[in-house]
Design a protein around this ligand. Structure first.
Ligand code: SF4
Length: 111
């Protein structure tokens, strides 16, 4: 018997269920499995401080979240899922909205 991965509340808040189309379901399922393998180490779901929200629009908060995000065990799967959605709100796969929409690369200070 296979168990269903835990729903990912962050992705649903970002994109809504309509973006989880059948064609993309395997990619999303891989992300959910990666999250389920290490839920305690996925910082967007278990942030180290309650004020740190991956969907916060403030740049300084996004910079802090992105630094933690880059050490997430689901980083690779998250990138595979979110790369087609550069305008997704907040931080995903270690990048801020500004980096994805303006093509700004990570600076040493942001790492
Ligand atoms: S890579 Fe970042 S946004 Fe993606 S699941 Fe991990 S912590 Fe969340």
């Amino acid at each position: 018997m296979t168990t269903k991965p835990t729903p990912d509340p962050i992705s649903l808040r970002r994109l809504g269920p309509s973006h989880l189309s059948p064609a993309r379901t395997p990619i999303y399922a891989a992300l959910l499995r990666a999250i389920d393998d290490n839920p305690d180490r996925v910082p967007c779901i278990n942030p180290p401080s309650p004020g740190l929200d991956w969907l916060d629009p403030r740049q300084r908060i996004q910079d802090a979240a992105a630094r933690l995000c880059r050490r997430c065990p689901a980083l690779e799967q998250c990138a595979a899922f979110y790369e087609p959605y550069p305008a997704a709100p907040g931080v995903v796969y270690g990048t801020t909205e500004r980096q994805r929409t303006k093509g700004i690369t990570t600076t040493k200070a942001e790492r």
